[in-house]
Design a protein around this ligand. Structure first.
Ligand SMILES: [Zn+2]
Length: 223
């Protein structure tokens, strides 16, 4: 179910299912259905309790689903009622959770960027679904929003971020090595230049010709 469908679904619930409705918050439960027991199939089930579950839908409105749990009178197993909009561990519908968490905290995009002290585009990419480039950044984002890293980026967030960290570390090392090599060549070249200057012009010219011939031999046709 996407956001639109979810909102329409709640709109169509019977009035007595809506416990509270303001601009910011909608509290609802589902009609009583008494589904058969999850384990033994018995139809003798009783409502045990309700558990509040926040469903993040938009920056401005929070839905609170009072999820009903049943207890089977035959085998004693407890189970939650089925619902058509959320999977078992799912807490949001459709949108990127980061944006929703920030909205719930009433922190503007600009403020978030300032708090994190990262370039605007870096944070914007996160809100577009990119995973953070480091656990340190992920931890800071989660800290500001008072949630856990896995609330924002899912159960395997840490592994994914660590893998990304390793890739960027490898790239960084490669870039450093490349730069080192470039500097070494520059140094060699300046030594060569200095030596050349000590020679007569005729000798310099001859050496350059020889280098040209050598280059032609190494990579024909590129001269
Ligand atoms: Zn049962």
């Amino acid at each position: 179910m996407n956001i639109k469908e979810f909102v329409a679904f709640v709109d169509k619930l019977p009035d007595d299912c809506i416990e509270k409705k303001t601009d910011e918050e909608i509290v609802f439960h589902l009609p009583l259905t008494r589904p058969p027991c999850d384990r033994c199939g018995s139809k003798h089930v009783v409502v045990e309790r309700y558990r509040k579950q926040k469903i993040y839908v938009s920056d401005t409105t929070t839905y609170i689903y009072r999820k009903r749990s049943y207890k089977c009178a035959s085998c004693g197993v407890r189970f939650f009622e089925p619902n058509p909009f959320l999977g078992f561990h799912q807490r949001w519908i459709g949108d990127v959770p980061l944006r929703l968490f920030r909205g719930n905290k009433k922190i503007t995009l600009r403020k978030m960027v300032t708090l994190l002290n990262v370039p605007f585009h870096v944070y914007k990419e996160l809100e577009n679904g990119e995973i953070p480039s480091s656990l340190e950044l992920a931890g800071r984002v989660a800290g500001i929003l008072s949630v856990r890293i896995e609330d924002i980026w899912g159960a395997e967030a840490e592994e994914k971020i660590r893998a990304k960290e390793q890739v960027s570390e490898r790239k960084k090392q490669q870039a450093i090595a490349k730069k080192k090599e470039k500097n070494a060549i520059k140094e060699e070249f300046s030594v060569f230049q200095k030596n050349m200057k000590n020679l007569s012009l005729r000798k310099q010219k001859r050496i350059l010709e020889m280098l040209g011939d050598l280059a032609e031999k190494e990579a024909p046709g590129t001269k």
